[in-house]
Design a protein around this ligand. Structure first.
Ligand code: ADP
Ligand code: ADP
Length: 229
């Protein structure tokens, strides 16, 4: 469940300047595919097309064989979860922010998700270190900690398809390793598309696709791509 396919997808924001010139790839259900490429290559455009912020101009994107042009944005958001690079959190407890992923979740489920994402200890704190009602309170979360809240939210939501946006990651190396470990837990056995700009962060992907000049320049496992260079 949750097989994703791009079939000869063409897209441009401006007809004079094509961004995707007919790209095809599949993410089989439960597998992880990473898209890497230089800034401006069209990586974020791929996630925007998946949520139908824009529709493809030729070709098709399918989920389990169904063209997503027949699926509402609301339904797509139920099926595709995203751990964005920069998470905007509500000025309410971390627990509240996590529960937003699945409002019906029990307290135990929220706690369990927070523990997998390694933020179990400050779940009752506020994310911004400031509460307009009571003044100073709680923590001011770092970028890495905010990302863990997004991970916990996604663990709770458990969408069949996951987009991990690492493209503009500005985390320090220690944080990056910890986040990576949490992300590996979330993406295990889940159809996952990782948007990254460095090969080193996507070593475990089943396939890596290198996007360049609107097309797929190279593809293969991490080992395949290293062998080619
Ligand atoms: P990446 O994520 O690989 O850095 P993007 O998908 O964000 O690349 O952008 C691909 C290209 O499309 C870039 O040249 C960018 O300037 C252009 N672009 C992105 N969004 C828009 C937009 N809304 N209108 C016009 N051009 C855009
Ligand atoms: P929700 O369950 O709240 O709809 P999602 O997991 O679908 O959340 O997405 C997380 C957030 O990221 C949403 O607010 C969504 O609008 C936003 N988002 C998704 N894709 C993109 C994208 N390509 N660019 C910018 N924002 C995005």
């Amino acid at each position: 469940q949750g097989a994703l396919a791009f079939r000869d997808v063409h897209f441009s924001y401006d007809p004079e300047r094509p961004i995707l010139k007919g790209i095809s790839f599949e993410v089989p259900a439960g597998k992880t595919v990473a898209i890497v490429g230089p800034s401006g290559a069209g990586k974020s455009t791929i996630s925007r097309l998946l949520y139908r912020f824009y529709d493809v101009q030729a070709g098709a994107i399918t989920i389990d064989g169904q063209d997503i042009r027949g699926v509402t944005q609301k339904s797509l958001r139920a099926v595709i979860g995203m751990v964005p690079q920069d998470t905007v959190l509500f000025n309410d407890t971390i627990a509240y922010n996590i529960r937003y992923g699945r409002p019906g979740a029990t307290e135990d489920e929220v706690t369990a998700a927070a523990e997998v994402a390694q933020i179990g200890t400050f779940i009752e704190s506020l994310p911004h270190g400031y509460d307009t009602m009571v003044g100073e309170r709680g923590l001011k979360l770092s970028g890495g900690e905010k990302q863990r809240v997004a991970i916990a939210r996604t663990i709770l939501k458990a969408p069949p398809i996951l987009i991990l946006d690492e493209a503009t990651s500005a985390l320090d190396t220690t944080t990056e390793h910890e986040i990576q470990a949490a992300l590996d837990v979330v993406s295990k056995n889940r159809t996952t598309l990782v948007i990254a700009h460095r090969l080193s962060t996507v070593i475990n992907a089943d396939e890596i696709i290198v996007l360049r000049d609107g097309g797929i320049a190279e593809r293969g496992t991490h080992a395949d791509l290293l062998a080619q260079d």
